[in-house]
Design a protein around this ligand. Structure first.
Ligand SMILES: Cc1ncc(COP(=O)(O)O)c(C=O)c1O
Ligand SMILES: NCCCCNCC[C@H](N)C(=O)O
Length: 363
């Protein structure tokens, strides 16, 4: 297959899905895939056997969830536009408003639909200001019980999303405790509560059964159906970005230029200033660089067993979350195709991109 391409390996996706299924069974919580993180629908048939549906951040994600992923479709957006709301309602099972003002604005048109409100608990686990829903002056949800009380009658659920790559169960437990302390009297008047995404419960060594027990207790004590919205936890470590070395040079360090671009194909790494991951080792350090014009288009520095040369194939690990949904045509760099490795080891191409797609993205 011609590089670059994202390779979704079902045998690496499966263990995550099995953990999700275990959590659902033992806790009673429902799990919705957060499409903002991963929306490559060619594997939705498999994922939907282990999950309850999808949640969204826009009208188009709502429509994709409804069209491609069997099960429940939750519709959330930071703000719905007047011209969107009819389609949002037609394609969703629940609509979640970000503010009481949006709920009020669309109260009449959404009457009869299952409705919820995003609540911002004011605490989060994000180490990144950029991804911290509880950052100062956050626009993400209502934070004051006084502003929520007047609209309580119109809703049956809340959505909290305040975790970010949180692999620390104690921290999750404490934060849920503080949510109960501050909003418990309101939660107990609801039928369902979504606790959002950002819990790294599919990670190695995560105490899944303690999480299940905590969620079950939360659901029981508050008499609510719990939902989780895992994005990253669902697809972590399932996918690689397959690239080829196009050129090498030396400028104080060994540099290899590959047929991909961090800015175009793994943008989150650049945004959050993180290195890509590679399963390589050896005593030869190489900097792996992208082919866009951006000086800092660098995937990271890795050790290899021998010198790299043009034509070498490399696999960049953990390339599913917030990659394919954010890929772009910067510099007109060839957009990676998407391929799937089936459970029997066979690989098939499910999407490739051509000059026509590049041209059609603009006018
Ligand atoms: C409301 C909501 N739910 C779920 C998620 C998914 O988070 P993660 O991919 O970290 O699990 C996000 C991330 O932005 C979110 O904002
Ligand atoms: N790896 C660096 C942090 C990634 C942040 N995750 C994506 C966004 C997140 N779900 C959010 O709540 O904004």
């Amino acid at each position: 297959m011609q590089t670059p391409y994202y390779l979704i390996d079902k045998s690496r996706l499966l263990p995550n899905l099995e953990k999700i299924a275990h959590l659902r069974e033992t806790s009673g919580a429902k799990a919705l895939l957060a499409l903002k993180c991963f929306a490559t629908w060619s594997v939705f048939d498999m994922m939907s056997e282990y999950m309850d549906g999808t949640t969204s951040s826009s009208l188009f994600e709502v429509k994709l969830g409804r069209e491609k992923f069997p099960g429940e479709t939750h519709a959330y957006s930071v703000a719905w536009a007047d011209h969107e709301i009819d389609e949002v309602l037609a394609s969703s099972d629940k609509v979640i408003f970000n503010t009481a003002a949006q709920l009020t604005r669309f109260e009449e048109v959404s009457r009869g639909h299952t409705r919820g409100l995003r609540v911002n608990p004011g605490v989060s686990t994000s180490g990144f200001d950029l991804a911290d829903p509880a950052r100062p002056f956050s626009r993400l949800g209502e934070h004051d019980p006084k502003d929520i009380e007047p609209v309580l009658e119109q809703i049956s659920g809340f959505m909290f999303h305040n975790n970010c790559e949180n692999d620390d169960f104690e921290r999750f437990d404490n934060m849920l405790g503080s949510i109960e302390q501050r909003f418990g009297h309101l939660i107990r008047q609801m039928k369902w509560i979504s606790l959002g995404g950002g819990i790294h419960f599919t990670g190695e060594g995560y105490p899944l059964d303690r999480l299940a027990e905590r969620l079950k207790r939360f659901a029981g004590e508050n008499e609510v159906q719990v939902y989780l919205e895992p994005g990253e936890a669902t697809i972590t470590n399932s996918t690689t970005l397959e690239v080829t070395v196009l050129d090498t040079l030396f400028n104080g360090k060994n540099l290899a230029i590959v047929d991909s671009s961090i800015e175009a194909h793994m943008l989150d790494l650049l945004i959050y200033r993180e290195s890509a991951k590679m399963n390589e080792s050896g005593d030869q350090p190489w900097m792996i660089c992208g082919k866009s014009c951006l000086a800092g288009d660098i995937f990271g520095e890795f050790n290899f067993p021998k010198a790299l040369k043009a034509g070498d194939r490399l696999s960049i690990q953990d390339a599913a979350g917030y990659t394919m949904v954010k890929k772009n045509w910067f510099n007109g760099v060839q957009m990676p195709s998407i391929a799937i490795r089936e459970l029997d080891g066979t690989e098939r191409l499910v999407r490739d991109f051509t000059y026509d797609d590049f041209s059609a993205a603009l006018s």
